[in-house]
Design a protein around this ligand. Structure first.
Ligand code: GDP
Length: 444
């Protein structure tokens, strides 16, 4: 990226801290280091302690300077890192000294990563993984982001794209050398490959949105009749008073949501109004919302009241499905000898008040959440952007299978490859085709 501006930005969050890291990337980075330190650039990738001075010679701070010459730096450009004391006056003075230099400006959001992408240091999925890692709040999110950052998804999609490109090469061969004795032409060489790839993409798309849910949080809703202990359960899980707990039935008028880390997985847990025909208009609206939330939920915690007898299960039994965890609360008031059930479904006996049965309930919840989010080996799709491109790719593959002319097959394969290429953003399809065709040549 010759001729680009030199940009700088704090890599650490603003505010008072022991250390602030300021990074400078671009053609002017070496001169900035030389002028600020009054010495040449240090040995690459080795920390050195230097006094940093502004143009007027005023001492800004003493700090560590690191030098990462391009192209083997994060951005692919010359890059310097200043580690100074993390006070506002220090970082402001350093920023002012940098801005005063010709061709140096503050970086735009994401500009370091964007430069890394443009210089071929990262593909788009890796850059997205990096953004996810910075945003990760739970262990599973961190692991997914790290994996994507390390190229897990990019490698998968690039692999599919190179399969596609060689299928395309075969299809093109059929067009260019129609008289050649290619065994059964297109059908034999290309069709099975297209079918196999289409099926792999279908399986990948049909993943229950695991990767996306892991980024955003699994939506878990607590449903049950009024007074069953839904708010109490949410509070117990959140370990803070997020919902109002009251002994009067029907006090949870709206939906209350809390973000939780359940066994390393991010969960958005919602408490809903009790399911019951309500007299009050507000509560009626609450019930309507509760049902709407339950319908949208990834998982439901169906909570019944042990003191309410069969009435405790009324209304909730219909909501129980494969994505439900069923519990019977208040067993401290109505102890039960054997296994308990709610509306004919096996349930966990708990007392939110005394904590009885809660460890088993938590492990069951953790297991349900993990089962819903764990991709089990294959790198999961993590963004709607990827999903849209994959769906487009699959549609083009499906079209190609119905196309009746080799030219049309080739065109659909080209569109399919381009859709995949947009996910990683690494190379234009045409570039790859040139390379492949140079090798392809079939002896002609
Ligand atoms: P919600 O309407 O389903 O949200 O129910 P709440 O969480 O507001 O609880 C209703 C009442 O039941 C409150 O007085 C709670 O303290 C009480 N409660 C909740 N869980 C238990 C429990 O396990 N045992 C007993 N004895 N009372 C409970």
């Amino acid at each position: 990226m010759t001729g680009a501006d030199t940009v700088f930005a704090p890599a650490t969050a603003p505010g008072r801290a022991g250390i602030a890291v300021i990074r400078v990337s671009g053609p002017g980075a070496a001169d900035a280091v030389a002028d600020l330190t009054g010495a040449g650039v240090p040995t690459p990738r080795t920390a050195v302690l230097r006094s940093l001075r502004g143009a007027d010679g005023d001492l800004i701070d003493r700090g560590l300077v690191l030098w990462f010459p391009g192209p083997n730096s994060f951005t692919g450009e010359d890059l310097a890192e200043f580690q100074v004391h993390g006070g506002r006056a220090v970082t402001t003075a350093l920023a002012e000294a940098l801005i005063a230099r010709p061709g140096v400006r503050p970086a735009e959001p994401g500009e370091f990563s964007k430069r890394a992408f443009l210089n071929g240091r990262l593909d788009l999925t890796e850059a997205e993984g990096l953004a996810d890692l910075v945003a990760a709040e739970t262990a599973a999110q961190r692991r997914q982001a790290l994996r994507q950052m390390a190229g897990g998804l990019g490698t998968l999609y690039e692999g599919w794209r190179s399969d596609l490109v060689s299928l395309l090469a075969h299809a093109e061969a059929d067009i260019d050398f129609p008289d050649e004795d290619l065994p059964d032409g297109l059908a034999a060489a290309v069709r099975p490959g297209i079918v196999a790839l289409r099926d792999r993409i279908t399986a990948h798309l049909d993943d229950g949105h695991r990767g996306e849910r892991l980024r955003d949080g699994l939506y878990v809703v607590i449903v049950g009749p009024p007074n069953a202990g839904k708010s109490s359960l949410l509070n117990a899980l959140a370990r803070r008073d997020a919902a109002i707990v009251s002994a009067t039935a029907g006090t949870t008028r709206d939906v209350i949501e809390v973000h939780l880390d359940i066994g390393g997985y991010p969960v958005l847990l919602a408490d809903t109004a009790g399911l019951r025909r309500a007299a009050g208009e507000i509560e009626g609206e609450g019930v309507r919302r509760a049902l709407a939330r339950a319908a949208r939920a990834d998982l439901k915690i169906v909570l019944a009241d042990a003191t309410a007898g069969d009435a405790g299960a009324s209304g909730v039994a219909a909501l129980i499905d494969a994505d439900s965890l069923v519990a019977l609360n208040k067993i401290d008031l109505a102890p039960s000898a054997g296994a308990v059930e709610v509306g004919g479904h096996p349930a966990l006996a708990i007392s939110v008040r005394t904590g009885a049965g809660m460890p088993a309930f938590l492990s069951a919840l953790e297991a349900k959440v993990a089962a819903r989010l764990d991709a089990g080996g294959a790198p999961p799709l993590t963004r709607a952007r990827h999903r849209a491109a994959l769906a487009e790719c699959r549609a083009a593959l499906a079209r190609s299978l119905n196309a009746d002319a080799a030219e049309l097959v080739a065109e659909d394969l080209r569109l399919a490859a381009r859709a995949l290429g947009r996910i990683t953003g690494r190379v234009d399809v045409e570039d790859i085709l040139d390379v492949v065709f140079a090798d392809f040549c079939i002896g002609k």
